[in-house]
Structure formats: structure tokens, C-alpha cells
Ligand binder design. Structure first.
Ligand code: PMP
Ligand code: GLU
Length: 393
């Protein structure tokens, strides 16, 4: 047998973000002092009261399976949160699913709605895993390249240019990884009209919801009247609560879809870690001060990074509305493309970045810098990159 893996893997690359995580680990093991602005992972510790609750759960023997849908108290806490923060009304008993990571919630949502051959519209630049997930289940991702000159806005015209009779769903990520763009009310209205008129489902990835700047307000597609019955909202604890290693996320949506999605969970992972879910309850129902503090730190870092980038010759970067990434236009630096720039910066400055081209159409000519790292590291990175560019002349 020559082709032992399924043909679904055709066109599926290894994750570009994990490639950077792995490369940084490899270089560090070789003794290279790499400054990592590549993978997006908060450097903060998980809030203490969340850790305490999970430890307490472990110590009291809370180490067994939970209901596949999730712990009732966590399902309740999620539905209260969705109503309060997002204006989304769901029944915790039927419309919510707790998953081991938002990543798995997204995968389960796509398995739930896409048949092989269906098209999933993905506005790009987008996080690296959406298109791979669609391909892994035999569906076709249709990338809708957004325009950096237009602030990576999603417009009705762009959506109309990419829709087809096979389009089943549109995946929208706001605040956006990698561009930092947040949906405006106007964009949300355009998306909702488009979805209703073409009878398309929406998957809303809201994982960066807590990380917003300049008083911006998060817009949830699932809260719009004509979207409530066609939107699966995905969220998680990794970014807002600095809980990446816990693997905890959730999805919420219309009962018929969530009933099927529960089957994906039952037949794959079974349930999410019991004590991990207890930590999730503490995160949602406990003090939110740590979340505010992290957001303040990100605000300070954002300024540092945007100023640092704009001070580099040939680099232009506008301030992101949300999330913890700066998406900088490097076309003025004279490098052939984003990948060669990122490679050169890694070799000359030992700073890891993500080339924008990894995020699909619209990303070429840009690099993504994660500022989920300390100001000390950020300052040192800009010093190194600045010096390397100056030496290059
Ligand atoms: N969506 C986006 C846009 C992300 O950047 C991430 C981070 N990896 C995820 C979903 C998944 O988050 P997690 O699996 O850690 O919950
Ligand atoms: N979301 C992060 C990133 O984009 C983490 C890596 C991943 O899960 O892809 O860097």
C-alpha cells in the first residue's frame, strides 16, 4: 500500500504555529537564546483561585468521568455568562457543550455541520487551523482574502464573491487572530443579512473576547436576532484566563445542532477533564480582577510593540483592536516575502515571529508578533531586530 493515510490529508500541512513552538524549543535546547514572539500563548500564570479550586477537586477525589456534555454547574455558569456578556440565550441542559479546548469545540462544530464536499467560508488572514480542520473532515475551505488596506474588514461584496450552492457555513473570528481586528456592528449586520439570505450557518470563534482595547465592545453574532438560530458560538479559557495547558473550551448554539455535537463528544473524548471543569467554574464565577489586570498589561505591551514596529525602517503597523497580536506590514523592508523576513529575523536577531503568509490570502507581506510575553522580552526583541536591520543597511 503506497498511500496509507487517508486522502483527506491531501493539502493538510503541519500546524505553522506548532512549527514555531517546536523550532523555538529546538533552538533553545541547542543553547540559542531565542526571544519568542511566535506562538500566541499568555505568559501569565492561571489565576490562583482557579488553580486552588482544581487542586481542591483533585484532593477530594473528583477524578472520575463527568456527564459528557459537561458538569452541570459549569454548563450553568457558561449560560449565565453568555446571557450577561454576550446577549446569547441558551438552555444549559440542551444547548451548551464543554469541550477539552476551544480547538476541539471548533473541530466538533465543523464535524457537526459539514458533509464531505461542503464549503466552509473562512475570511483570511485567519488562524492556521480552520482550513486544516475543514480538510480533515473532507470539506472544502473557501478562503475569503480580506484587504489590509481596508483594515481587514469583512464586507458583503467579498462574501458574495465567494459564496456557492455548496456553502454550508461561514467561520468568523473576532477579536481576530492574527489581524487584531474586531467586528463592528456594521460588519456584524452585513454578515447576518448575508447568512440569512443564503441560509448559511455561522461559527463564531470568540476566544479573544476578553482582550479588547480602547473601550471597544465585543459583538457576538449569536446575539443578533436573525443569527441566534444559525450560530454556534465557540469560546474557551486559554486566552482570557491564561489557561492554555488546561485544555478547556465550550460551544453553544441551537438545540438541534448541539444535540448532534454532543454525539461527537460522546464518541470521541467522552468528556472534558473533571477537575479541569471545576477550575472553569471558579474562573467564570470567581473574581474577574485577574482578567482585567491581564488586559491592562496587554494594553501596555500593545503600545510598546506598535511603537517598536513603527520605529523600524520599512515597517508599518496599526494598533490591534483586540487579541494579543500585532500584524505588521513589512513590504517596505525590501524582503521578497514575509517568510524570508521571518527567517532572516530568526537567524540574525534570534527572534521568532510568524510570517503572515501562514494565515492565508491577505497575509503575505505581513508578520505576526505575539505580545503575550513580558515587556522585557519585547524591548530586547525590538533592540535586536532594529540592530540587525540597521546593519543590513
Ligand atoms: N481560536 C483561535 C483564533 C486561537 O488563536 C486559538 C488558540 N490556539 C484557539 C481557537 C484555540 O484555543 P484553545 O484550543 O487553547 O482553547
Ligand atoms: N492560538 C495560538 C497561535 O495562534 C496557539 C497555537 C495554536 O493553537 O495554533 O499561535
Amino acid at each position: 500500500m503506497s498511500n496509507r493515510a487517508a486522502t483527506r490529508f491531501d493539502g493538510v500541512q503541519k500546524s505553522a504555529t506548532y512549527a514555531v513552538f517546536d523550532m523555538v524549543a529546538r533552538l533553545r535546547a541547542q543553547g540559542v537564546e531565542v526571544l519568542d514572539l511566535g506562538g500566541g500563548e499568555p505568559d501569565f500564570d492561571t489565576p490562583v483561585h482557579v488553580v486552588d479550586e482544581a487542586v481542591h477537586a483533585l484532593r477530594e477525589g473528583f477524578t472520575h468521568y463527568t456527564p459528557s456534555r459537561g458538569l452541570p454547574e459549569l454548563l450553568d455558569a457558561i449560560s449565565v455568562k453568555l446571557a450577561k456578556d454576550n446577549g446569547i440565550t441558551v438552555d444549559p441542559a440542551t444547548d451548551v457543550l464543554v469541550t477539552p479546548s476551544a480547538k476541539h469545540a471548533l473541530f466538533a462544530a465543523l464535524v457537526t455541520v459539514l458533509d464531505p464536499g461542503d464549503e466552509l467560508m473562512v475570511p483570511t488572514p485567519s488562524w492556521v487551523s480552520y482550513t486544516a480542520m475543514a480538510r480533515l473532515i473532507g470539506a472544502h475551505p473557501v478562503q475569503v482574502g480580506l484587504d489590509g488596506a481596508d483594515g481587514f474588514r469583512i464586507t458583503r461584496e467579498l462574501l458574495e464573491a465567494h459564496v456557492s450552492p455548496r456553502t454550508k457555513a461561514l467561520l468568523v473570528n473576532s477579536p481576530n487572530n492574527p489581524t487584531g481586528h474586531c467586528l463592528t456592528q456594521e460588519e456584524a449586520r452585513a454578515i447576518s443579512r448575508f447568512a440569512a439570505e443564503h441560509d448559511i450557518l455561522l461559527i463564531a470563534d470568540e476566544i479573544y473576547e476578553k482582550i479588547l482595547y480602547d473601550g471597544r465592545e465585543h459583538v457576538s453574532l449569536g446575539a443578533l436576532p436573525c443569527c441566534a438560530d444559525r450560530t454556534i458560538t465557540v469560546n474557551g479559557f486559554s486566552k482570557g484566563y491564561a489557561m492554555t495547558g488546561w485544555r478547556l473550551g465550550y460551544a453553544a448554539g441551537p438545540t438541534d445542532l448541539m444535540t448532534q455535537m454532543l454525539k461527537v463528544q460522546q464518541h470521541t473524548v467522552g468528556c472534558t477533564g473533571s477537575f479541569v471543569q471545576r477550575g472553569g467554574v471558579a474562573a467564570l464565577t470567581g473574581p474577574q480582577e485577574p482578567v482585567r489586570e491581564m488586559r491592562e498589561q496587554y494594553t501596555h505591551r500593545r503600545e510598546l510593540v506598535v511603537d517598536g514596529l513603527n520605529a523600524l525602517p520599512g515597517v508599518v503597523c496599526s494598533a490591534p483592536d483586540g487579541a494579543f497580536y500585532a500584524f505588521a506590514d513589512i513590504r517596505g523592508t525590501g524582503f521578497a516575502d514575509a517568510a524570508s523576513f521571518a527567517q532572516w529575523v530568526l537567524e540574525r536577531a534570534n527572534v521568532a515571529l510568524m510570517p503572515g503568509s501562514a494565515f492565508g490570502p491577505g497575509g503575505e507581506g505581513y508578520v505576526r508578533l505575539s505580545f503575550a510575553t513580558s515587556p522585557r522580552v519585547l524591548r530586547a526583541a525590538f533592540e535586536r531586530i532594529g540592530r540587525a536591520l540597521a546593519e543590513r543597511g
